[in-house]
Design a protein around this ligand. Structure first.
Ligand code: GDP
Ligand code: MG
Length: 163
């Protein structure tokens, strides 16, 4: 069986954009409005010759619940637990937010290996956010631009030992 990689993170960081790039088909909706990905979506991901199952999650996109466990949909928890690795995505331009910190705390309590990805880092724009990302306590955060296709070799290097 091929390895499974889940993409997790707060709304609007670019999870579905990366999913679409890896799957190569418009299976996940991308929108400027947070909360567009209604369910978890799965596809066959490809990256520079690596093949893996990729899961786009939206478990943090329900703003009605007051607590983090309430926001964590069962599907997102399940997706991360069942995955061989999870890409934890933050917005490098926005920097680390309180919700990022809450998600990080939860992910540290899970056994799934985490690859921290600072997205929207095209050009030099994400450098400050990438620096902040180190404070979340995961090794070697990588800078990515899901939209512009930058940082994909670094993502390949991070995924290769796992998938
Ligand atoms: P999700 O809610 O995490 O799934 O985020 P989406 O993939 O729906 O993207 C949210 C917004 O961020 C959209 O307007 C995307 O076009 C934009 N976006 C995604 N990736 C990048 C990126 O690498 N750079 C920039 N500048 N914008 C991006
Ligand atoms: Mg989405």
């Amino acid at each position: 069986r091929s390895a499974t990689v889940a993409i997790v993170g707060r709304p609007n960081v670019g999870k579905s954009t990366l999913f679409n790039r890896l799957v190569g088909k418009r299976l996940a909706l991308v929108d400027d409005q947070p909360g567009v990905t209604r369910d978890r979506r799965e596809g066959d991901g490809q990256l520079l010759g690596l093949n893996f199952r990729i899961v786009d999650t939206a478990g943090f996109e329900d703003h009605d619940a007051a607590t983090l466990p309430g926001r964590m949909r069962v599907q997102t928890e399940k997706a991360v637990r069942e995955a061989d690795a999870a890409l934890f995505m933050i917005d490098a331009r926005a920097g680390v937010t309180p919700l990022d910190e809450e998600i990080a705390r939860w992910l540290r309590s899970e056994d799934t290996p985490i690859i921290l990805v600072a997205n929207k880092a095209e050009g030099k724009q994400g450098e400050a956010g990438l620096m902040e990302a180190y404070a979340l306590g995961f090794d070697n955060p990588l800078a990515l631009s899901a939209e512009h296709g930058e940082g994909l070799v670094e993502l390949f290097d991070a995924l290769r030992p796992i998938v």
